[in-house]
Design a protein around this ligand. Structure first.
Ligand SMILES: [Zn+2]
Length: 487
């Protein structure tokens, strides 16, 4: 189990216990051999440090130039004492100006800064294990960029008067793209709490994760602070800066919509009017909503399930589509992806298959089971007739990322949703949703792998589990049935 209130050491070591046991069996001490490499997007690597919290001051007064000037303080603990320790972080396209440990400037080195992962290592000297964090401070500045490529997504964009960040890239080899605006250990295996104060030109607002804890205007500047007490993967951190107005939709947990204030507030009210019902439906299936706020902010690209603040396409917001399966998909991610995060991006189906399947659950509740089965079938048809041809045929776990595929191929959305619908039919509602909830409860606020999910699926599918997983989750393709009438 991995819970927020476990000891620091348990939180640090738990996701890597199998690796540490393997290493420990081979060598007399593990401290000298782990933490040599940063985590790879497709392979977590145990680190001796744990960043528990990010506290950032970010100047966005030159937003239209995508300029940023910032300082981030990372609260860091160590599991073991060591000499010449390093704290690793990532920063891409922004300049690291200086680094301090416990308030004293320290050296830092870079590896592959312009290549795949953009790693930095701060050399913090001798450290001892402690439950009380020390502070690593990074000052940085520059012009924020995005992942590039033909369909840029991850990173920072300035479009339509909005400056905003999307947390993952479709083609970036490093996948997690928060490093384009915030120096951080940008890997889903290390979740942390987050607080940030944004300074901007008055007349704008910033939407971000958690709750607004401070808001003031001094002269022609506005300062807004956001604070999130639930740990988050770094790819789920975000900000969006623009001429927003907040639309509040009442529910048990506040629902805040950030719409462009001169044009979109009425359309936003209508487009999100059924989100309370959506939240009721997902709560019924998955358990209580896990965070302190539901948020959507208008961006030009999206949608993206940032924790408590979904980036949502402004064009859709204007569409007056009250069924809004996109809003339902992103809301479902707050459980699948945000509350429980894949430990690395090989397991991205643990987010996308479930969010896409949730679109069908929403349509079922809104209409009936016929509409549910129709939506599942249309996803199966789309997968077989279109997606498998353009992306290639592969399993849901550790899929290829090039050719017709990407970091987020449609296969893990549409085929994945159908596979979950099949598991539901085989198991029956009671056992299936109980398995989903026990998976979420065991790994809440932490990380998980496909094996972790399968462990819970076993309680629903029993002895059929292994066959089901091999055929539909790790296996690829689909069966072709033929039928011939005997004469
Ligand atoms: Zn999604």
């Amino acid at each position: 189990m991995l819970r927020r209130h476990h000891s620091v050491l348990a939180r640090l070591i738990a996701p890597f216990a199998p690796y540490l046991i393997a290493i420990g069996a081979l060598l007399p001490t593990s401290a000298t051999v782990i933490a040599q490499e940063p985590s790879h997007p497709l392979q977590p690597s145990p680190q001796l440090f744990l960043i528990q919290h990010y506290d950032a001051d970010i100047d966005l007064t030159q937003a239209s130039q995508r300029r940023i000037r910032g300082r981030v303080k990372m609260a860091v603990t160590f599991a073991l004492g060591q000499s010449d320790a390093v704290v690793r972080f990532h920063a891409k396209g922004i300049d690291v100006d200086s680094v301090a440990w416990r308030g004293i400037r320290v050296e830092y080195s870079t590896t592959n800064n312009t290549a795949a992962t953009a790693d930095f290592a701060a050399h913090v000297g001798d450290v001892s294990p402690s439950l009380i964090p020390d502070t690593l401070t990074v000052w940085y500045s520059g012009t924020m960029t995005h992942e590039g490529g033909t369909l840029p997504w991850g990173g920072v964009h300035f479009e339509g008067g909005i400056l905003y960040a999307l947390g993952v890239g479709f083609t970036a080899p490093y996948v997690s793209t928060t490093r384009h605006w915030l120096p951080c250990y940008d890997h889903p295996s290390m979740k942390a709490t987050f607080r940030a104060r944004f300074t901007m030109a008055a007349g704008n607002d910033v939407a971000s994760n958690g709750l607004r804890t401070y808001d003031t205007i001094i002269g022609n500047r506005r300062i807004v602070e956001w604070s999130m007490t639930e740990p988050s993967a770094t790819y789920l951190l975000t900000f969006a800066h623009g001429p927003y107005a907040k639309v509040v939709v009442p529910w048990t947990t506040p629902i805040e919509i950030y719409a462009l204030r001169n044009t979109d507030t009425i359309a936003a009210k209508r487009s999100f009017s059924l989100v309370p019902r959506m939240a009721d439906v997902l709560t019924e299936h998955f358990g209580p909503y896990p965070f302190s706020k539901i948020g959507y902010c208008a961006t030009t690209r999206g949608a993206m399930e940032h924790q408590t603040m979904v980036s949502y396409p402004v064009g859709l917001m204007r569409g007056n589509d009250t069924v809004n399966t996109v809003a339902a998909h992103e809301l479902a991610h707050q459980w699948f992806g945000d509350l429980v995060t894949p430990v690395d991006f090989r397991h991205a189906w643990l987010t996308e298959s479930f969010a896409t399947f949730s679109e069908c659950l929403w349509l079922e509740k809104l209409s009936d089971t016929t509409r549910y089965f129709f939506s599942v079938k249309s996803k199966a048809d789309e997968y077989i007739t279109t997606i498998a041809k353009s992306e290639g045929v592969f399993g849901l776990v550790d899929f290829p990322r090039t050719g017709g595929s990407s970091n987020y191929p449609q296969t893990i959305y549409q085929k994945g949703a159908v596979v979950l619908a099949m598991a539901r039919t085989i198991a029956g509602d009671e056992a299936f949703f109980a398995a989903l909830q026990s998976y979420l409860n065991e790994h809440r606020l932490g990380t998980a792998t496909t094996d972790d999910f399968v462990e819970h699926l076993t309680s629903a599918l029993g002895e059929r589990t292994q066959n089901f997983v091999e055929q539909w989750i790790t296996g690829k393709g689909w069966p072709i049935l033929s039928d011939r009438k005997s004469t």
